[in-house]
Design a protein around this ligand. Structure first.
Ligand SMILES: [Zn+2]
Length: 353
């Protein structure tokens, strides 16, 4: 899904670049290398673009140099960066899309539920299942939760919806990106998480249901699954244990531009950016800022530190979003890899905070 509440105009007129960061003064190395750093930061565009810059974007020289300093004290402490199997994740999207349109209450929806749970055999899986009364009638809703325990007290939650848009059920909408990519990357996270107790926080993956509106997006008509789950977790005390919550939504676009979503607390926004820097993929993050309504909102309202990892620029001017054009050919394994590795690294950084 997702609904842009504010923050950008119709043609992306408020598009902006983040200011060039030159945090030399904040690091010990920076103090020692202050003079050299000052020169480097003021060099302007005469330096060669970073090899990490993708899609033709040029990383400012200051960032290039900063990244090399970070990498000496960053990943070196923790070993190699996380690496998902992006081809496998992409294959999951392919298989999910093959079920066809998957709105709440449909036969195909049931098939995707079974598809997801069939990949979680042996894992600790729970359902948050209920019936919701909507303007289009009653629907069964099922959030699927898989829990991967850690040694540290606290939980990191990753959400991604698997339903497709109900109003688009008759136009052949298969939601390769919107619903497909989120479900698939969570399945790949499960592959990365299972089998050993994490040396860090517990991680809970939630395939959320009823994210989409059944008629027209509003506070009432949207986020059916997460509104229920947030309320349930508030009552049973789970919310207090959540250190951070991530939403994955529409993360497969070949031309990947993750928004700087403004409901997230700055420390969490920065953490994800730093994780992206460690992988050299920061050019795909935060090209613009927007307040977006998505599955994190019921948790944001309850004070849970939450971030929406979403690319709401799907095709020029978002033309593929919520159309029959949301198909596999628009997506790439590389985008799943960028988001997947960055998210897993962000979690690893959280473990050490
Ligand atoms: Zn959608």
């Amino acid at each position: 899904m997702a609904f842009v509440k504010s923050g950008r105009g119709g043609n992306g007129g408020d598009f902006f670049r983040l200011p060039v960061r030159c945090p030399w003064l904040t690091s010990l190395a920076g103090l020692l290398l202050f003079i050299l750093g000052s020169i480097a930061c003021s060099k302007g565009s005469s330096s060669a673009p970073s090899p990490a810059a993708e899609n033709g974007a040029t990383t400012p020289p200051a960032q290039q140099i900063t990244t090399s300093v970070v990498s000496e004290s960053g990943p070196g402490e923790t070993g190699p960066l996380p690496q998902i199997d992006s081809k496998r994740a992409f294959q999951y999207i392919k298989e999910i899309v093959a079920f066809g349109t998957r709105p709440m209450g449909s036969e195909n929806h049931k098939k995707v539920e079974n598809y997801i749970t069939s990949h979680l055999k042996g894992d600790q899986v729970e359902d948050d299942a209920f019936t919701v009364d909507t303007v289009e009638g009653k629907f069964p809703v099922r959030n699927i939760i898989a829990k991967y325990p850690g040694t540290k007290d606290g939980i990191i939650v990753i959400l991604g919806h698997y339903d497709t848009n109900y109003p688009l059920r008759n136009i052949g909408f298969v939601g390769a990106n919107d619903g497909g990519s989120s479900s698939a990357i969570l399945l790949e996270y499960a592959n990365q998480l299972r089998g050993k107790k994490r040396d860090g926080y517990s991680v809970w993956l939630v395939w959320t249901d009823g994210e989409e509106a059944v008629r027209e997006w509003s506070e009432r008509d949207s986020l059916y699954g997460t509104k229920h789950l947030a309320e349930k977790w508030e009552k049973d005390g789970t919310l207090k244990k959540i250190k951070a919550l991530f939403v994955m939504d529409m993360i497969g676009d070949t031309d990947l531009n993750i928004e700087k979503e403004t409901h997230a607390p700055p420390w969490l926004t920065d953490l994800v950016y730093e994780a992206a820097e460690r992988g050299g993929v920061q050019s795909h993050f935060y090209g613009r800022a927007a307040a977006i309504e998505d599955d994190h909102i019921p948790f944001v309202k309850r004070g849970v530190p939450s971030i929406d990892i979403i690319d709401l620029d799907y095709g020029y001017n978002n033309v593929f979003h919520h159309t029959a054009q949301d198909t596999l050919d628009k997506l790439s394994p590389r985008s799943l890899e960028i988001v997947g590795n960055t998210t897993l690294e962000a979690i690893r950084m959280l473990d050490r905070r």
